[in-house]
Every structure is written in C-alpha cells, then in structure tokens.
Design a protein. Sequence first.
Length: 372
Amino acid sequence: MSEAMFINPDVLLRNIGQSWIVSNPRLRTHVELDAEAAKVFIAMGTLQAKPDEMWIAEFNIGRGKDRTVRGLGKNGLHADHSGLSLETPENWLSGKQLCDLLKERSLLISNQETATARLKPLNGLFDRESLGTFHQRVGQYLLLDKRVKAHWREWHDQKFSPDGKTLLDNPYRAMQEPFFDSYFNKDRIKNFRVLDFGCGNAYYAAKFAERAGHVIGIDNSSELLEIAKTNHGDKKNLELILTRSFEEVLELMASWEPGPFDLIYLQDTLLLLLQPEMDKPSELLPALFAGFRRLLRPGGSLCAMEPNPSFWLANRYGDSAKPYAIVTEYRNSVFNVAPTLDRLLPVMGKAGLALKDLQHPAPVKSNSSEKD
C-alpha cells in the first residue's frame, strides 16, 4: 500500500563538498546524498506529501548512503553525540533502497507523531526503542555494549591521562585550564579557604592548594579520590573527603559551622545535578544550594564552570558561516546536555545566591596547533 511521504520538519541539510548530509539532530540520524539526490530531496520537500512511488522514481537518478553510527560505535554517542559516522561507506544506494533508508532514519516520514515517539526517555536499561537522554544513552552504551564495569574510568579518561596527572589535548586543555589558571591566580585567592565540590581526581583542587590557604575536596567516587591521594596526598593544606550519597553530603555540610569558606567551586557538576535533559533537577538540589550559601562567609563566592549548552554542536552540524544547529538549538532546545541560565538562576535565587559575574572563556591554541 502506498504511503504519502514528506520531509521530517526536524531535518537539517548541509553541504560537504561534492555531497550533502541530511540529518535529524533530535534522532541523531544521517544520510549522505550526492548532488542529484540532494536536488530531488530539496525539490520534493517544497511540495506537499507525495506517494513513496514518486520518491522512488525520482531517487533513481541520484545516490545516497547511510552515515548513522550503528549501535553507538567507537565514535558514537559516547565520544560524539551527533551519531554521525566519521567513516564513509563505499556502497551507494538509489531508488527504493535509498527511499527506504531515508524512511528508516526518519528523514522521510508519513506521520510526525510516529517519527517523534522515539524521543521519550528510556523506561529501563534494556529499552532499545526509545532514544533516551544523552546521559541515559551513554550509560546504556557503557553497560550493555561495552560491558564496562568501571564507569568512572571511561569518563575520566576522556578528559585526563589515565594517571590523572595531565589533561588530554582537548577543549578542557584549550579552554578550561587556561581560564582557571588566569582567573584563580594566587593574588586573587591567597589565604582563601576553598571547597571543591565534586573534585574528582583533585586535578584542580591541587591547583587551588598551591595558591590558597586550605582546600577541601569532596567526591562520591572512591576510585577517583584514590588517584587524588596518589598524586596530591603530600599537600598538607588539601583535605579529601569521600561522600557516597547526596544525603551524606548534606549531613556533612550541616555538621560544619556557618561561613568557613571564601570560595565554593563546581566544575562540570551542575549539568549532572540539574539534569537538564529531563527538565527535572534533583529534589535535594535546593537544600544543597542553601547549604552552599550557609557555608560561604559574607562576601564569599560560589563559582561554577560548565560547558556551553550548544557550542559543541558547531563542529558536527555546521561552522561559523553555517550555524544551522546552533540556531535550531536556541529556537527549540532538544539536546539539553548542559543547563542554560534560565534553569540555573531560579534554583540559585531560591537559596539566596545572586549572579555576580558571567564569563565565556575563549580557546587558547596549543603549541602543536600553532605549528599546523
């Protein structure tokens, strides 16, 4: 039975030289089209829904191939959340095969409700039908596809060397570290008492310890704190504390006298606490921020460094001259990997905290990139 097909409204189309990539960024599906197939796709897309026989006939003069990562492979959601395969398959499809591929990837659809049904969160670990959130998919991939038991190691080694002593050559090294070193210089935080909340392997807590008076690092990973103790256990003014649950954190903070800290620091932590993809912050979050406010001395500061909510889309769905995904994400946010200010400020405001300063660090070229 014939179906009337039309282009999914979520679709983005961009040129990559001699070919075009048709993408559905919400479902993270992609098909590469040659120039002839792209002309058909664009021309047919300007009309009302057409029978699939017409699509098939038109696609006989063009070719396309799948560029969607299957099963979140080595460069899939875990490393590149676009789902775009970096490897180009050799086999081209045309006619019915190409039409079927575009339908399978929800780039051509007959019903918008059916096409978006997969966008709901996972209802369990083994749910393969729903798309789920970014963090859900990463967790499912690690548990079921890679059978990884040490989840902390997978996250850690995307940012740091395995021993935790150096940052890898990535945006953390190009942006976070230079900004951190410049902003939290010794003159600014000399003699400060600092709480590094979610300190991980204490890479940055150790930097604080070199410049401040006393530093306390808190984390819920015993493995990461073991790395921290191995690398920085000799620092007398650095205290590391393991808290295994949110409730234990709140109990610890409540046991301290009010106002002991000049600075409370969070790095890449709010994106987990606020759960932006679920639009449902932890119910304990207001108590946590109220605890932060209680622990700050008069004039003290809470500083959080978080990834930009949409900058990472640029190198996957366009460039500065063609910011397709950036515009799309701002108009209709669908990725929500990192929290935006409109979600962050109300939570902080309820705890009596106010936004004092907002900075957007620029990348610093490494020596290797300057030579290229």
